[in-house]
Design a protein around this ligand. Sequence first.
Ligand code: GLY
Ligand code: MN
Ligand code: MN
Length: 443
Amino acid sequence: MQDKLPNDSLASLYPQHLAMLRQHADKALALAGFDHLLIAAGMPGIKFLDDNHYPYAVSPQFKYWLPLTSAPGSWIAYTPGAKPKLIFLQPRDYWHVVPDGPSGYWVDAFEIVIVRSAEEAVAQLPKGNAAVIGEATAAAGGIEINNPRIVLDYLHYHRACKTPYELELMREASRIGTRAHRAAERAFRLGESELGIHQAYLAAAGQIDAELPYSSIVALNEHGAVLHYMEFTRTPPQPARSLLIDAGASASGYASDITRTYAAADASEFQALIDSMDASQQSQVAMVRSGRDYAELHLHAHHQLADTLNQHGFIRMSAEAAVESGVTRAFFPHGLGHSIGLQVHDVAGFARNAHGETIARPDGHPYLRLTRTLEPGMVVTIEPGLYFIDMLLQELREKPVSRDIDWARVDAFRRYGGIRIEDDVVCTADAPENLTRDAFARY
Ligand code: GLY
Ligand code: MN
Ligand code: MN
């Protein structure tokens, strides 16, 4: 089933989104003492000693303002009190497809100027005391990029709470991703290779790799134990016992980030472990509530994992002992999740406030990406894991706590790699909205 973007609702929600963005920009500029905010869409990078470019990725600050993800060399110029200006680069070029002129529900909110070169674009920018946000490569035409810390801290902090317009796009990104996850599961059950599963995913998403918010992880059997596995073997293993797939999709520059783990039909012991992880994941999702400290939620997930490890016969110790001694960290060595939005790992996960102060991670948890207290509008992932990682298990074997681990049982599960289950969840004033499970329910 092909979804169409819900353009009517986007059209009605966009003005409020832009109004909020303008308020944040006004405040950030006043705090830092600037008169204008200039945002470069950015240019594609060029490969070393080559004339080929890396895939283009628009600046997240640019796509925050409008749903344009392919606008190299373009700029947004905003002066408080005035209509924002889009300086849109449409080069004279017969080598490449030239971007279409702007159209859609958002164009009336901008003064739009079309230019033919990066230099002409820069010439259209207001002169004077400006915060200029962009990569160094945007400096064509002699403009100085300054990326002021005060402005970025303020804008980044507020990006955590999404507007209703942004949530609508994130629902769409989840729908595209879950549709593709269904296709990937079918390909796994048909015995496809990792590359074959990935191709089924892309075909169902209708997106190419460069459009995805991050590189997909498609891991059969032991490969599931490699946290950032990105190899795509061409031959299916015999037998394929398990699939861990972590893959997202994009909608107008907003991300989904979804992981599912599947057991082969005859791998019932692994399926039972997946079922336990799924139950604890859903209870963690239910705890995404306004006022909740996300770092505490992460620590709670470690206690739940200790219970699961006990129930399935991997360890024999209290949950407290398993967490204190680092046993759970050997099986679950990444964070419970992160903020998500315009970037899959959205900015300001540690921000204490809009002024650059941060909240430290709990001791011993160096990979947690989010320590903020949840507020309505925040979107976070909940992605507990349980992996059989040789390197970490070897370290565990050498500790005194090794006595209370059933190593034969652990060894028997290495062939499945690991489990991760990841949903994208909106914190509301009330019960959380699970973007991922709501979308899976449609397909
Ligand atoms: N796919 C990246 C992550 O789960 O954080
Ligand atoms: Mn994630
Ligand atoms: Mn993920």
